[in-house]
Design a protein around this ligand. Structure first.
Ligand code: HEM
Length: 290
């Protein structure tokens, strides 16, 4: 089973032209297998989570009832990106599964929305949000080994609670960056192969081998995104993650959830006697928004 499709160019050279479309099923089945294995592990084998917690009672009192987590701008970016991602996945893969329609136009329009939204996100996250909050730090790595040892029944101190993002979310973000930027980088060049409003069509920009590799990379990133997005939606719907999903809709999470899973020393929130005022500040991006 060859994972690539090949053709012979006008000079008789064999060049790749696409990925083989059975990889769509490989990615979808990998996503489903992940659900099954993860849900079974949590239901029957995982031990209850324990975190180190040395908070003084004074800390809890100073945390607002609604802890601001995502500013309105960050939430709008997330949902625009999600809509464009789903549009890209459906327009790309439904025709390959036999549902025919004029997909290319919808696809490059959604691709343009994704590209612009990601450019915006890079600037927003670099200059207006806490840039380092999404990258693993030393405590994450130390706690990952503590969590693995404890899961295997060995003795290790309990891990600290998370900073703004758990290590798993940070690793997922890294995988999305790799697949997302690959699909964007190749997709922008592939727009030269079709008619768009941005530049004249020029299929001779690259040779057949380079175009072929570009289509293959684009396809591999695309099928990778099928599995990645399935996993993301699965976690978003899991009951114990619902507080995080709700925060991507409403912008805040409850004080109880914050204190249970997040360490105020690693992810400080502005203390406030008035939760309403603290939320307003968040909407303006004034407190720890991200
Ligand atoms: C979730 C992200 C994306 C997925 C899953 C995806 C998937 C695909 C797939 C499977 C193809 C067919 C490739 C082939 O025939 O070998 C394709 C083609 C294409 N994609 Fe994407 N893509 C994504 C993002 C983008 C982006 C961001 C852009 C533009 C910036 C873009 C522009 C294009 C163009 C122009 C084509 C070529 C159509 C043609 O030559 O007929 N794609 N995409």
């Amino acid at each position: 089973m060859d994972p690539l499709q090949w053709a012979i160019d006008p000079w008789g050279k064999v060049v790749p032209i696409h990925i083989a479309w059975f990889l769509i099923w490989v990615a979808a089945i990998a996503g489903l297998l992940f659900f099954f294995v993860h849900a079974t592990y949590l239901r029957y084998f995982a031990k209850p989570r324990v975190f180190a917690n040395n908070d003084s009672p004074l800390i809890a009192v100073r945390i607002p009832e609604r802890v601001p987590r995502h500013s309105l701008t960050a939430r709008m970016f997330h949902w625009i990106m999600a809509a464009s991602m789903f549009t890209l996945l459906f327009t790309a893969f439904l025709p390959k599964l036999g549902i025919q329609f004029d997909w290319v136009t919808y696809h490059w329009i959604a691709g343009t929305v994704l590209t612009v939204s990601i450019l915006f996100h890079i600037i927003h996250a670099s200059f207006f949000l806490d840039f380092w909050s999404i990258w693993p730090d030393r405590i994450d790595l130390r706690d990952a080994s503590r969590r693995i040892l404890r899961a295997m029944g060995q003795s290790a101190p309990p891990p600290d609670r998370f900073a703004k993002y758990p290590l798993e979310n940070k690793l997922y973000h890294g995988a999305i960056i790799a697949a997302g930027l690959t699909s964007i980088g190749t997709g922008v060049f592939m727009m030269f192969r079709v008619r768009t409003i941005f530049f004249p069509r020029n299929p001779y920009l690259f040779g057949d081998m380079t175009w072929g590799m570009m289509y293959v990379l684009h396809g591999l990133a695309g099928v990778g995104l099928i599995a990645l997005i399935m996993v993301h939606v699965y976690f978003g719907l899991r009951p114990e993650k619902r507080a995080i999903t709700k925060s991507m809709i409403f912008g805040w999470m409850s004080r109880d959830f914050y204190l249970e899973e997040h360490d105020p020393a690693r992810w400080p929130v502005k203390s406030s006697k008035s939760p309403a005022r603290s939320q307003d500040a968040n909407a303006e991006g004034l407190t720890n928004a991200g």
